[in-house]
Design a protein around this ligand. Structure first.
Ligand code: BG6
Length: 507
């Protein structure tokens, strides 16, 4: 792993808020997320000098590690980042502690509570605690109950719970989980995380829309013909078959990440930039979003599953041949669908969402295609469509581009599309932080703006209910179409757009 150097420019560009003294308690500390994302993000915050001195991390899991063993394992996982920043790591890791805890054992909670009091005294963390549930989703409800039962959530000003995705498996289970967690803590203590909201470019959708006057007048059905939202990955299922087999692309990517991009693209302007105003608008728009055909959902959705592919030098296994995957699995690794948003702004504008693993490129983007000129005065020298497009590049190569027609050089009067471009890298000269850096800081600051509220998560699940029910009850109506690894998904997904005389963008 290589280190991202902390750029002194950051200090000038950013107005950082101050994190109060506190202890971050990570449940599931022996798991992947802790060493791949959470500890690297915390160490980055430390190197940016954004953590208070009175700070501690308490890792908790069932394994009986010591503090020292926890520190060593984290250091090992961070690799070069630690060896290149040894002195900083030594200081930071002095605040890492470990306690073996099984959340299902009440006596462990008593011990945990005692340990937290000791840490409060050692590190002056003043009883402020952020509990991070990075455990199996089946334990989210019982984990919250255990914390509440031990009195660890009783002070809404000093304690919070961060809950990883997936929050529920469908509308009903999300409602049930909401009821449990909301009986254990107040809604403003609950931080449902979606790491896409931590991405600078995802947040930038709001700034682009609401800090500029040129976009708002045209950001509606009168000017926008359709919107495509893509999250493409080159990786396959990796080592996560156990989880992915029970999830699939619809639950893993669409219900959360793509839906958040949809909400930010379509929501109305909030009256104020505060957590509740923003989340009200997101919840409102998700409540009026729907599948293009709710009665016959197979007409507006395509599922796919990658088969073998790649090159002779780098052959890629098909999904069913991946370790841990059922050889007859019907789990989708690709989904494409068409949605509508039934309000004055968006009525009739199709939104096409797609995501897949083992596609040819890693890229996430939102593409707004504007209506074509009513009269075509000029021949186009470029590829169709000649409509203007605004492309919000979420990752990689973060930025935005606006495509418009100019006169192609020469004696005739032919038009040709060109791009006006903004690149984060070129403009700001520094890579953006990993999403978890921002989200962990916000959770510890007590700022829930970039976290999903209970009604929002329910609205997001409700939107996909007809599809989830169909997959459950009559999966043959929504079969998984095979596609070769490293291609842009099954042909059926092209047909979904072809029916509307459109093509997917092939960046
Ligand atoms: C996670 C999914 O939430 O997002 C993964 O569980 C996926 O399957 C990942 O690979 C993609 O995130 P990113 O930030 O790499 O686009």
């Amino acid at each position: 792993m290589t280190a991202t150097l902390t750029n002194p420019l950051r200090v000038g560009l950013r107005q950082e808020r101050v994190i109060t003294p506190q202890c971050l308690v990570i449940f599931g500390a022996s798991g992947d997320l802790t060493h791949r994302k959470l500890i690297p993000a915390l160490f980055e915050l430390y190197r940016q000098r954004r953590l208070p001195t009175e700070f501690a991390v308490l890792g908790c899991a069932r394994r009986s590690w010591s503090d020292e063993e926890f520190r060593e394992r984290m250091a090992e996982a961070l690799g070069d980042t630690v060896s290149e920043n040894r002195a900083a790591w030594d200081q930071f890791s002095a605040g890492l502690f470990y306690e073996p805890v099984d959340l299902q054992q009440p006596e462990h909670l008593v011990r945990l509570s005692g340990r937290l009091d000791v840490i409060d005294r050692q590190r002056a963390t003043r009883g402020n605690r952020t509990f991070y549930l990075s455990v199996s989703p089946t334990y989210y409800g019982s984990g919250c109950r255990a914390l509440a039962g031990a009195g660890l959530l009783s002070d809404p000003k000093r304690t919070r719970v961060v809950i990883e995705k997936p929050f529920g498996r469908d509308y009903g289970s999300a409602q049930a989980l909401n009821r449990i967690v909301q009986s254990c803590a107040q809604e403003n203590q609950i931080y449902r995380i979606d790491h896409y909201l931590g991405k600078e470019t995802v947040q930038s959708i709001l700034v682009l829309r609401f800090a500029n006057t040129i976009f708002e007048p045209i950001w509606n059905r009168n000017y926008i013909a359709n919107v495509q939202i893509t999250a493409a990955e080159t990786v396959g299922v990796e080592e996560r078959a156990g989880y992915y087999e029970t999830s699939g692309a619809l639950r893993d990517m669409v219900q959360n990440h793509l839906t958040q991009m949809l909400a930010l693209t379509t929501m109305e302007s909030p009256g104020r930039f505060d957590p509740e105003s923003i989340r009200n608008e997101k919840a409102k728009v998700l409540q009026v979003a729907r599948l293009a055909d709710e009665q016959e959902p197979w007409r507006c959705c395509v599922r796919g599953q990658y088969g073998a592919g790649g090159t002779s030098a780098r052959p890629l296994a098909g999904y069913r041949q991946e370790p841990g995957v059922d050889p007859n699995s019907t789990t989708e690794t690709y989904v494409a669908m068409k949605l509508f948003v039934d309000n004055w702004r968006w009525q009739g504008v199709p939104f096409y969402l797609r995501t897949g693993k083992r596609l040819p490129k890693r890229l996430s983007e939102v593409v707004l295609t504007f209506r074509e000129a009513p009269v075509h005065l000029f021949d186009s020298a470029g590829a169709s469509p000649t409509a203007n497009q605004l492309i919000l590049r979420i990752q990689p190569d973060e930025g935005a581009e606006f495509r418009f027609e100019v006169k192609a050089p020469g004696s005739g009067m032919r038009s040709r599309p060109v791009d006006m471009e903004f690149s984060y890298d070129k403009s700001f000269g520094e890579p953006s932080d990993e999403g978890y850096v921002r989200l962990l800081a916000d959770a510890m600051l007590g700022d829930p703006t970039l976290f999903i509220r209970g009604d929002e998560v329910e609205a997001a699940w409700r939107l996909y209910t007809p599809l989830l029910e169909l997959i459950e009850d009559s999966p043959w109506q929504l079969p998984v179409h095979p596609y070769e690894a490293s291609t842009w998904g099954p042909a059926a997904s092209d047909s979904l757009l072809a029916r509307d005389d459109l093509l997917w963008r092939r960046p």
